[in-house]
Design a protein around this ligand. Structure first.
Ligand code: FEO
Length: 164
């Protein structure tokens, strides 16, 4: 693996850990707002990001690279509404999609076919991540501040049983 590819993948390891941290902060805020089901969903979302980190770090070590951990920025800790939490989640996933696409471009430039192949799974994953957040937001925007609707919505998210 070239240094350029290694450095770029290493930055992504940190981006996945930052995503983990951001979703933990969202989960805490949802819990504080009384949305226990949504907090549970977001906590599993955080676990999924940690799993992404592990996939990146395993790939780096499989191709004889090394992972170097960096500091993680303090995340936002409170949002005005549950809609704002999921809006922020969608915006965050869009930034991650751009990072993954940029990594694919680097893999192509470096003629690193194994990295390109590895990254394709994340190209697909990012489409799914954005759809998931968008679907949740559509539902929330229909419910607005209807308490019965929010209660049912929260119960529904509480049924999530695993990361993907
Ligand atoms: Fe690691 Fe939600 O993308």
């Amino acid at each position: 693996m070239t240094k350029k590819m290694q450095d770029a993948l290493n930055i992504q390891c940190n981006a996945e850990l930052e995503s983990f941290y951001i979703y933990l902060a969202m989960s805490n805020d949802l819990e504080n707002k009384g949305y226990k089901g949504s907090a549970h969903w977001m906590s599993l979302q955080a676990d999924e990001e940690y799993d992404h980190y592990k996939q990146f770090s395993s790939f780096i070590s499989d191709v004889e690279g090394s992972v170097s951990l960096e500091g993680i920025n303090k995340p936002t800790t409170t949002w005005a509404t549950i809609q704002d939490v999921f809006e922020s989640g969608l915006a965050h996933e869009k930034t991650i999609s751009k990072k993954i696409n940029a990594l694919v471009s680097i893999a192509k430039l470096e003629k690193d076919y194994s990295a390109e192949n590895f990254l394709q799974g994340f190209v697909t994953e990012q489409v799914e991540e954005e759809v998931t957040f968008r679907d949740i937001l559509t539902e929330l925007n229909m419910i607005k501040d209807n308490s019965a609707g929010l209660l049912m919505f929260d119960k529904g998210l509480g049924n999530r049983s695993q990361i993907k």
